[in-house]
Design a protein around this ligand. Structure first.
Ligand SMILES: [Mn+2]
Length: 316
């Protein structure tokens, strides 16, 4: 449905619950918090379902809006969730009860009773911004989390997904007088010492393939334990593989549970490898230059499966 239709639908609802995805990033949390603020401005009751995986840097946006345990929603909205497999366990009771799904992933599964999806948007935050504008005034309470959404999903406006519209949305959000400097400092100019230790280990152990055009970086559970690192130290580690000169296929493997690896694949703008298609072969999905999948096995098995999928999708 269109932005106007989605806004119209939301306008007719009350007792709204907003769902974010598993291992939530700034986009999903920012969208949920911004939309929640916009709905409350209309006098509605609206909450976010508490996401147990949220990191400290994203919790600041969600903290005012967590739903009480006994909240019973009349209308459920998912934001930035491409597939049901990305629901966190506590959200699974809403599998077949999503009244409106708002997303920007090309692989979006269309699981909502109504869907507002636009894969041309760099961040789901751009879609939610348009919806919030239809709903009423963009106040700083709406704008700040939406700025975090748009800034984080574009790596502070440097990824290839960034468009003129992304900048227009960001400009409108800045015009509300938000403290964007603190958002940018928090997400892009701050690293914990444990984070730096993780990056040092990943760089120390990286393995190149395809004559140096591909690289594997791995984050086994044992490394996390040795450093004493938590989720707060491990956000967006996949960006590291993409900054090596000559690499257009960076695969970061993070062990989530023994024998369960989360692949984050970042590929170059030259189109040699389509990250989304590689990850779809492995049961995941995402965007052409940034995608993910969960792969099971020993590290060696997982790497060989991924290499096979990359080779199958490689374009010369
Ligand atoms: Mn997103």
């Amino acid at each position: 449905m269109t932005i106007q239709e989605a806004a119209g639908l939301l306008r007719r609802q009350n007792n709204v619950l907003l769902l974010t995805h598993r291992r939530p990033d700034g986009d999903t949390v920012g969208c949920a918090a911004g939309l929640c603020a916009a709905l409350r401005q209309l006098g509605k009751t609206a909450f976010l379902l508490r996401n147990p995986d949220i990191t400290d840097s994203n919790e600041v946006y969600a903290a005012p809006y967590w739903a009480p345990e006994d909240f019973v929603p009349d209308f459920v909205v998912s934001v930035d969730i491409a597939a049901k497999s990305l629901f966190f366990p506590e959200a699974e009771v809403y599998f077949d009860k999503i009244d409106l799904a708002i997303d920007h992933h090309p692989s979006f599964g269309g699981f909502g009773k109504a869907c507002c999806a636009d894969p041309s948007r760099a961040a789901c935050g751009e879609i939610v911004y348009d919806i919030c504008r239809e709903l009423g005034e963009i106040t700083p309470a709406v704008a700040l989390p939406l700025y975090a959404a748009v800034a984080t999903d574009t790596g502070c406006f440097v990824y290839a997904n960034t468009t003129a519209n992304t900048h227009r949305v960001a400009a409108r959000l800045l015009e509300t007088g938000i403290d964007y400097f603190s958002v940018n400092k928090r997400h892009f100019r701050t690293k914990t010492r444990k984070r730096l230790a993780l990056e040092a280990a990943m760089l120390g152990e990286m393995e190149f393939f395809q004559e140096g055009r591909g690289v594997f970086m791995t984050v086994p559970l044992s490394l996390m334990e040795r450093i004493g690192a938590t989720e707060n130290d491990a956000e967006d580690l996949s960006a590291l593989a993409g900054i090596i000169e000559g690499v257009d296929c960076g695969a970061v493997l993070r062990e989530l549970r023994p024998g369960e690896w989360k692949l984050s694949l970042r590929t170059g703008a030259n189109g040699r490898v389509n990250a989304s298609r590689v990850c779809q072969r492995l049961g995941g999905g995402g965007h052409a230059m940034a995608a993910g999948a969960t792969v099971l096995g020993t590290l060696e098995q997982v790497k060989s499966q991924i290499l096979k999928a990359i080779e199958a999708e490689e374009r010369f």
